[in-house]
Design a protein around this ligand. Sequence first.
Ligand code: HMG
Ligand code: MG
Length: 301
Amino acid sequence: MARPTSVRIVEMGPRDGLQNEPGVVPLAAKVALIEALADAGLTAIESGSFVSPKWVPQMADTAEVLATIQRREGVRYPVLTPNLKGLELALAAGVTEVAVFAAASEAFSQKNINCSIAESLERFAPVLDLARAHGVAVRGYVSCVLGCPYQGEVPVAKVVEVAEALIAMGCYEVSLGDTIGVGTPDKAKAMARAVADRIGVARTALHFHDTYGQALANVLACLDLGIATVDASVAGLGGCPYAKGASGNLATEDLVYMLNGLNIETGVDLDLLAAAGRAITAALGRAPTSRVAQALAAKAA
Ligand code: HMG
Ligand code: MG
């Protein structure tokens, strides 16, 4: 299949990017980040999580974040909801889209959400039902699609099985998470192809962490399958609290630069995006890890 002519970027910075920050990230910095990302043209900005504040303290102010941002027409602000309690809090905050997250690895499922894969799918079914009743769209994630920090190898068949289960219960798309960034292009493409063959290319999204510097190469390989939805995190922020050593997602600046070069439309203004990345990393007291962000900053200096 040919590469897509446009790619929808789902921005992870405010959620996956910040969830593992050790220090307190002020509410104002989170709100400014989300608004700057919308200014840059991103239309899907994952803005927080309704998870246990004991498990992920950094996301404990998600309701305040959602109450403070100026929501824009045409921009979606999804949040993670692992269970009914999370969805009820999300509904009270007026969300129009949520995401549930399963894993292809039993060990990771236990560490991340304290239950087996099968139990997690059972737990998601009423979440999907209630979301549907409120007209709220639900995205699904599968974590550890190319390897697990606890279990090592993860069979592609398990990834396909979990992705199909999420679609069967009503998720509109499934994002394939290489949580610890160990994948390489041929493996990533084979895994994504196996999933897309079953759930359809249009329902398949990519979520690569850049721990081993492979994320951009993995995206490029999978674009050849026609997949047109890619998750990325501004400035390369991030890491998962239950995947030790996992670094940020693919940096959004790096993704947009590559897609611009390939003449693939994203609707994102790279300069405004890089400015958003500089602002949040300044608030965190460090520099962006995105190579494109560093190159743009050096050129401007
Ligand atoms: P548990 O301890 O088994 O749950 O945790 P529980 O039902 O027994 O509840 C324990 C306590 O948490 C109770 O409070 C509940 O009320 C509260 P207490 O009585 O002790 O005061 N609680 C909640 N509070 C707020 N919101 C909720 C909620 N649910 C229960 N929704 C649970 C199970 C799923 C809650 C927990 O394991 C959890 O919160 N896990 C979240 C882990 C997480 O956020 N991980 C990072 C996101 S996933 C990711 O990064 C991967 C991804 O990026 C893709 C990739 O890279 O692969 C998506
Ligand atoms: Mg992730």
